[in-house]
Design a protein around this ligand. Structure first.
Ligand SMILES: C[S@@+](CC[C@H](N)C(=O)[O-])C[C@H]1O[C@@H](n2cnc3c(N)ncnc32)[C@H](O)[C@@H]1O
Length: 652
């Protein structure tokens, strides 16, 4: 078979296989789960039992997410739809409107998104094909015996991708090249305008699920063939032959109601007794002209339509005002996914999309009662999809997951070796260099100095806790003024990958009462990406500050957002000026009334939508039982970043 070769396809004469490390997932949020279901899941989990199925929205790069899903889902997925990024840098940037103002922010791709883009396109078509090959090799393993893969592309890469797909699946697995007319006629090209995308359909075996879909007949066909209407009911019908060629000896060869089929060399398609019944039911058409032959009435409303062909011109792009429009630049119409899902799956099927974007696949699967798993590396994509799914009435519980610390641990060993102590020292040095801090040696909790402030570097595998902050504060006090390389000010930057939920609350208070000026700073995930580091793309950002007021009266709790301050580093001046109230930075907030130390359990939320752009800033809840509870509030700002806060409350 002819083969497409790209740079890096072979090493030492052998095809290079995709990276395949399975990492465990962390559930960071559960959505729409009742308190009983949650308790049940916790019980099952603690007993090591299998928990019930949950649909999954995963934040992460497909290169880590797919191999991590594979051990559980190999051969189990019924439909995969992918709409991979196109060759435009704009895939990852997005425009977000400032609520209640006329400004918008164009958020450029983050370093990790740019890195993903470089991985995919950095070396032109060669790197794209390598990336695409790795993706489809992996995806093939997920498909069940009756499963199918749909690959949505455009004219730029479609035909190269077809050659790769043929190589991975075998040419016999190719079922269709669907042409989707994605936009109406334009006139901006020197030749014919490209107004279509291509969608390839491959099956895992010959035994794939295919439910024929139908489209309505066109008007000319209706006018030519469905020329009659029943008087009274007005039902439209066409007349088809009641006779077939050849004479017969039985009742179907006999004259009926004055017409003898044999004189025409024919027979009736039915026995004459059946013709009587059909006539009684009004299914026989009697022509008015003398000697006319009766015919069979085929009603239009009983016909399924035209079996769907491979050119789809009837699915329009998403209209600006459409309910489904999420303002996600590459969003595809739900009607497209609905068609694909109905044709290639049955209810209960499992659907996978590793380029979730705005969540079209998941939203349609949810509505059509299919199970779904979807992932995206963009923070904003995950947030858009979460809001979209929440907007579906009766949405079944789902989880938001990532690979969190496991990905970081893996990176730490790869970069800095196995030796426990040397690894940690090298890791801290590396982070301090990126943070442009000077190393401070010989201390336990303080690792560097920058601009007159001390610096603590949090570990890769556990969040910075309030306990850590106490230790840090102690060490700062011991060091101040000793001249051991530490500055004279009691000020510290605490760098961390994750922060314990109580950090903003307790730790800040503790630090203040100890006379310490503390700043909590996020270590961005981009640190894991070599190229981003080399190119100096790393940006550390301070945790947003969220203030929440609570009031309890007996068992009734009232919660109100009181203030929110996010890092404005990326926000242009005109946008800052357009924001008159802090709540305009907030897009979404949610509450877990009874946080139990596992995942954030979303039990109430308010968010802005196109129809309802206002955000509710206050909410109430009545506890069924008296007791002490931990309340957790999660805020997502208009750039898709989240901030959480926990508060203890006592219901009487
Ligand atoms: C064309 S869009 C998908 C749009 C989606 N079909 C919809 O209807 O909204 C491609 C998506 O792939 C994501 N993406 C790109 N590279 C990725 C990777 N390596 N892993 C996971 N997601 C990725 C981008 O963030 C983007 O959201």
């Amino acid at each position: 078979m002819a083969e497409l070769i790209w740079d890096g396809k072979y090493k030492d004469g052998r095809k290079v296989a995709p990276l395949k490390v399975a990492l465990p997932f962390q559930t960071v949020e559960t959505i729409n789960e009742s308190a009983q279901e949650r308790q049940h899941a916790l019980d099952l989990f603690s007993k090591g039992g299998e928990t019930e199925w949950r649909n999954r929205l995963i934040w992460g790069d497909k290169k880590y997410v797919l191999p991590s899903l594979l051990p559980e889902f190999s051969g189990k997925v019924d439909l995969i739809y992918i709409d991979p990024p196109f060759n435009t840098g704009g895939d990852f940037s997005f425009t977000t409107a400032i609520p209640e103002a006329d400004e918008t922010i164009v958020r450029e791709a983050s370093a990790i998104e740019q890195k993903a883009y470089r991985d995919t396109w950095g070396n032109g078509l060669d790197s794209y094909l390598k990336w695409f090959y790795d993706t489809v090799v992996m995806l093939k393993e997920f498909l069940s015996e009756t499963g199918s893969l749909y690959v949505h592309l455009d004219v730029n890469v479609g035909h190269y991708a077809k050659a790769v797909l043929d190589e991975v699946f075998g040419p016999a697995a190719f079922q269709n090249e669907i042409i989707w007319k994605r936009t109406s006629a334009r006139s901006d090209s020197h030749t014919y305008n490209h107004i279509h995308d291509v969608i390839f359909l491959y099956s895992r075996s010959d035994n794939f699920v295919y439910n024929v879909q139908y489209t309505p007949y066109d008007q000319t066909y209706l006018d030519n063939f469905y020329r009659y209407r029943d008087e009274g009911t007005g039902r439209r019908f066409r007349v088809s032959d009641l006779m077939a060629a050849g004479t017969r000896k039985g009742s179907s060869g006999k004259p009926w109601r004055g017409t003898n089929p044999a004189t025409r060399g024919n027979h009736w398609k039915f026995a004459t007794e059946t013709l009587d019944v059909l006539d009684k039911e009004g299914r026989i058409y009697w022509p008015q002209k003398e000697g006319g032959v009766p015919g069979y009435k085929r009603y239009l409303d009983e016909m399924p339509g035209v079996p769907l062909q491979s050119i789809w011109t009837d699915i329009a792009p998403i209209a600006a005002q459409a309910q489904e429009n999420t303002n996600y630049a590459t969003q595809k119409p739900e009607a497209l996914l609905e068609r694909i899902m109905k044709a290639s799956t049955n209810e209960g099927a499992l659907v996978l999309d590793c380029f979730c974007g705005s969540g079209t696949t998941a939203a349609v699967a949810e509505r059509l009662d299919r199970r779904w798993i979807t992932c995206d590396l963009g923070r904003f994509a995950i947030h858009t999809a979460r809001k979209r799914l929440l907007g579906i009435s009766g949405v079944k519980p789902f989880v938001v997951q990532n690979l969190g610390k496991y990905e970081r641990q893996q990176w730490q060993v790869q970069e800095f070796g196995e030796d426990a102590e040397a690894k940690i020292r090298a890791y801290r040095r590396f982070i301090l260099r990126l943070y442009q801090a000077k190393e401070l040696s010989g201390k336990v909790w303080l690792h560097g100095v920058k601009g007159g402030r001390m610096v603590h570097v949090g570990s890769v595998d556990s969040p910075v806790s309030a306990g850590d902050v106490t230790q840090i504060a102690k060490e700062v006090k011991q060091l101040i003024g000793t001249g051991q390389g530490a500055p004279d000010r009691a000020a510290v930057d605490v760098l961390g990958w994750d922060f314990a939920f109580e950090i903003n609350e307790l730790a800040k208070q503790q630090a203040q009462s100890a006379g310490l000026d503390v700043r909590f700073v996020h270590i961005p995930r981009e640190v894991l990406e070599k190229k981003a580091v080399e190119q100096g793309d790393i940006k550390f950002f301070e945790l947003a500050a969220l203030s929440v007021k609570t009031e309890v009266s007996k068992r009734k709790l009232s919660v109100e957002l009181a203030d929110f301050m996010m890092s404005l580093d990326d926000v242009p001046d005109d946008v800052r000026q357009a924001v008159k109230h802090w709540s305009q930075w907030i897009d979404y907030w949610a509450v877990d009334w009874d946080y139990k130390g596992d995942a954030f359990h979303n039990q109430w939320q308010s968010y802005r939508t196109r129809k309802e752009p206002k955000l509710q800033l206050q909410t109430e809840y009545t506890y069924a039982q008296p007791g002490e509870y931990t309340l957790m509030v999660k805020v997502i700002d208009i750039l898709g970043n989240d901030t959480t806060k926990t508060i203890k409350v006592k219901a009487e």
